[in-house]
Design a protein around this ligand. Structure first.
Ligand code: 9MR
Length: 338
């Protein structure tokens, strides 16, 4: 009898210590049919980071390791091991993985700049899509096919693919990707595209509408949502934009959320409230607009966030502080998912 009691106590404490038996954000979101999660970096490979990811995420996305410079630094070498290890962790824990990103204008490999003709670009593009998607067919569920294809004024960004193939590179990439894995969800991802009426948001909507009319395969649009507490936040315009995409049959991913605070106001209660308001209002929108499929933060920790290096006068944009403590906003997300 004593042995049985000891065994039960042991099992109970293992459950209490790990995220297995705990009520978590990830579990609550799964019940609500929402994909919630984070971009991962090295945290995906250490036990503490893994526990935090498991509590928060039923989907994760690579912050950097799937980009050309990391995945294929030269024409001959594909660096699969980091991705494979992250994928193994995710699969063991029933977490989906999103690919970020097949094509972008940053973090490219130098050898890409040797391409001279449209044919060169098409060949390179097809090889990349085919190699990645055949390898991970059925395992990677969602792809950012192209990232950041527009300028702020709504014109196409003249990235390396656009320069050689013209605007057609987008339809080409989507079509080849669909053929490789018909079950994978294909997204175009962008920033400053969330508010109806913004030139980039409207250009993207019109372009996606045109793709749909032409029968080009596309499932969704990513809205990155790198926001700031001292810039306008306009939830009504975000909803209106999401709804016009719903009419096209297009899904939305909140794909890279963070909410930075001006450094001079890190301890200002009004700014902290504003940050909570933005994170939770976005969650409200995700829970009430049926075509919003995911709510993904761009890293969980202020300590490793990309924000301070890019915006020197800002920081504290994440849901964990620099000492890896959960902020109140984390609890609010948890409560909202009840
Ligand atoms: O968070 C990423 C950072 O570690 C990289 O140095 C940076 C390179 O430009 O890319 C960051 O991620 C970006 C993402 O891939 C696309 N949207 C904007 C993100 C923040 O810059």
């Amino acid at each position: 009898m004593k042995k049985i009691i000891i065994a039960i106590t042991l099992i109970a404490s293992i459950f209490a210590l790990s995220s297995c038996g705990k009520d978590t954000i990830a579990k609550r979101a799964t019940k609500k049919d929402l994909k919630i999660g984070t971009a991962f970096a090295s945290d995906v490979y250490d036990p503490e980071g893994q526990e935090r990811i498991k509590e928060f995420s039923n989907i994760i996305v690579a912050e950097n390791i799937m980009k050309w410079a990391n995945l294929r630094p030269n024409a001959k070498f594909w660096n699969w091991s980091d991705i494979d290890n992250a994928l193994k962790f995710a699969e063991e824990n029933n977490i989906d993985v999103k690919w970020h990103t097949l094509f972008w204008h940053q973090q490219n490999s130098n050898f890409l700049y040797n391409m001279k003709t449209k044919e060169d670009a098409e060949k390179m593009m097809d090889e990349h899509i085919t190699t990645v998607m055949q390898r991970y067919k059925g395992r990677i569920k969602v792809y950012d096919v192209v990232n950041e294809m527009f300028e702020e004024n709504g014109s196409f960004r003249e990235n390396i693919w656009y320069k050689l193939m013209g605007e057609e590179y987008l339809a080409h990439a989507l079509t080849v990707a669909r053929a490789q894995d018909p079950d994978a969800k294909l997204y175009l991802n962008e920033f400053n595209n969330e508010c109806v009426g913004h030139p980039k948001a409207d250009a993207m909507y019109n372009f996606v509408k045109k793709l749909k009319e032409e029968g080009v395969p596309i499932d969704g649009v990513g809205m990155q949502l790198h926001l700031a507490t001292d810039l306008p936040f306009e939830p009504d315009k975000i909803r209106a934009n999401i709804r016009r995409y719903a009419e096209l049959g297009i899904d939305i991913s909140f794909s890279e959320i963070d909410v930075r605070i001006p450094a001079s106001k890190f301890n200002d209660p009004a700014e902290i409230e504003m940050q909570k308001y933005i994170y939770t209002t976005l969650l409200d929108i995700a829970l009430t607009e049926p075509n919003v499929k995911s709510y993904i933060v761009w890293g969980m920790y202020d300590r490793t966030s990309w924000v301070p290096a890019t915006f020197p006068n800002y920081g504290n944009a994440c849901i964990y502080d620099v000492n890896y403590n959960k902020k109140e906003v984390y609890e609010e997300i948890f409560n909202k998912l009840k």
